[in-house]
Design a protein around this ligand. Structure first.
Ligand code: FPP
Length: 246
């Protein structure tokens, strides 16, 4: 039986987030430049977007560029930005044909104008799509996101728009970049690294973590199915006991 057939459609994660790691090492293993790894990383992006939509995942969030990634060599940052623009241009029709809505989270104003413009265009033209929301985390840092949230809420408290006593989890959720997304159910990180790297710290509070040694450019639909099958075997207790769940 194929892996895909082992997925229980009634128990799908509502939100999958992926830290796409290992492009550089993948290229190095082949004696190529890091840019070659990123180019091939876009093929893996296509694979997971297609596979997620096909099996009925409603929300997929990809960590494409962190606030810390700005510190990479200038040429690598430029390559990544160019790849983003070319991928957006290339994939807009696929997103439309498959009824996928594109969204972005992060400090988007720090992106080069060309990237921001292209991104904005694709977000606008896909905003009515509702099969799946694909969110790109770009110039994203979770601590920065939480900091902004604290600042925005403080201003509202100061201006008597919100009372300090009424601040609860839902108010915090409404002020995060991810305001329209449910919590992450499954977080995947490729390349063997086992850390979170400032990604969705608030939103992964109860996520199942899945680490694989596969380098991102080698990640295929089958790898995604494996991760989902593993997720479905886990007992998610949310603080309760096993007995309470059954
Ligand atoms: C991590 O590998 C990957 C990135 C920092 C960028 C991810 C970008 C893409 C997959 C391409 C463009 C994305 C989209 C959404 C079209 P790394 O460079 O840190 O690899 P290393 O740890 O082996 O050096």
């Amino acid at each position: 039986m194929s892996l895909k057939a082992n997925i229980l459609t009634k128990m799908l994660p509502k939100h999958i987030a992926i830290i796409m790691d290992g492009n550089g090492r993948w290229a190095k293993q082949k004696g190529m430049l890091r840019a070659f790894g990123h180019e091939n990383g876009t093929k893996a992006v296509r694979e997971v977007v297609e596979a997620s939509a096909e099996i009925g995942i409603k929300n997929l969030t990809l960590y494409a560029f962190s606030t810390e990634n700005w510190n990479r060599p200038k040429l690598e940052v430029q390559t990544l930005m160019k790849l983003l623009v070319s991928s957006l241009k290339k994939e807009i029709n696929t997103l439309q044909d498959n009824n996928i809505k594109l969204s972005a989270i992060g400090n988007l104003k720090t992106l080069p104008k060309k990237v921001y413009k292209e991104l904005h265009e694709v977000i606008e033209s896909t905003k009515a799509n509702n099969r799946m929301t694909l969110t790109l985390a770009l110039s994203y840092g979770s601590r920065e996101e939480i900091l902004n949230t604290v600042k925005e809420i403080s201003i509202k408290v100061k201006n008597n728009i919100i009372s300090a006593k009424k601040i609860d989890e839902s108010i915090i959720n409404e002020h995060l970049y991810t305001q329209n997304l449910p919590d992450v159910d499954l977080l995947i990180r490729t390349s063997g690294e086992q850390r979170i790297s400032n990604f969705l710290l608030w939103q992964i509070a109860y996520a199942e973590l899945y680490f694989t040694s596969t380098l991102w450019p080698d990640f295929t639909k089958q790898h995604l199915y494996e991760a989902i099958i593993e997720y479905q075997k886990r007992e998610r207790r949310f603080g309760k006991t096993s007995e309470q769940l059954s």
